[in-house]
Design a protein around this ligand. Structure first.
Ligand code: MN
Length: 247
């Protein structure tokens, strides 16, 4: 077992390089990921048998026909236990967080997975502080058509507190990652940004999870994003204004 990080430079973005790398990695049974860097490079994490990883690095030096590879820098790294070879940095769909006044106030986090919105009720709402673990109660799936809903609902009301595209991350492919109870994802919302993890802590009829911000560049230790940014990203109203019939 060996693991490397490779940085590929040249004309390597927008020429099918990532797709070709995924195909070759899967053929070689190498695990890890490929992503476009912000500076025109393609970045690869590869782990597996030494010969297979060497073969993938040889492939990276050639690339698909349309690529012009100028340089491949390879560094040994730690194996991370990946169980797939995936393209990173690609949207998997949308996420939405709706603040919902019902019997109790809560935030509903919904992630698009295979055409439906997997949903968790988060009583205290999400946090951008990696030290904070927020209880997230798994609730029934919602349809995508509910994502834009904002307004009175029953005796309460709903606002669209945040939304945007998201990426599926982690070592295990989705949706299996959710089934196994540890799912890592990257949010590109207006308020929530960067990596998050959902970790299941209790199975059964009403599964319980923890929602945790990962330590990364967008993380904001000590912050309280729910208190700091209470307004709807759609109407700019707060839930209280909506409940009072204002706005
Ligand atoms: Mn709800």
């Amino acid at each position: 077992m060996t693991a490397v990080r490779a940085e590929v430079r040249g004309e390597v973005q927008g020429v099918g390089y990532r797709d070709a790398t995924v195909r070759e990695a899967r053929r070689l049974e190498v695990m890890g990921w490929v992503r476009n860097g912000e500076d025109g490079a393609v970045l690869v994490h590869a782990e597996g048998g030494e010969q297979a990883v060497d073969d993938l690095v040889s492939f990276l030096r050639e690339g698909p026909p349309a690529a012009r590879v100028a340089e491949v820098a390879v560094e040994p790294t730690k194996a991370e236990g990946h169980e797939q070879f995936a393209i990173r940095g690609v949207s998997a769909g949308v996420f939405v967080v709706q603040e919902h006044a019902a019997t109790a106030r809560h935030f509903d986090l919904r992630l698009e997975v295979d055409g439906t919105m997997r949903s968790w009720a988060v009583p205290k709402g999400p946090s951008m502080d990696p030290a904070v673990k927020r209880l997230a109660l798994e609730v029934g799936d919602h349809s995508l058509s509910h994502n834009d809903f904002e307004g009175p609902l029953g005796d309460g009301a709903v606002i669209v507190w945040d939304r945007g595209p998201y990426e599926q991350g982690g070592r295990v492919a989705w949706p299996e990652a959710l089934e196994r109870g540890h799912a890592v994802f990257v949010l590109h919302g207006e308020k929530l940004r960067g990596g998050f993890a959902l970790q299941r802590t209790r199975r059964g009829e009403k599964p319980q999870w923890l929602l945790i911000k990962r330590r990364d560049e967008p993380a904001r230790p000590g912050s309280d994003v729910v208190a700091e940014l209470p307004r709807s990203v759609v109407s700019h109203r707060t839930l209280d204004e909506l409940l009072r019939g204002g706005g």
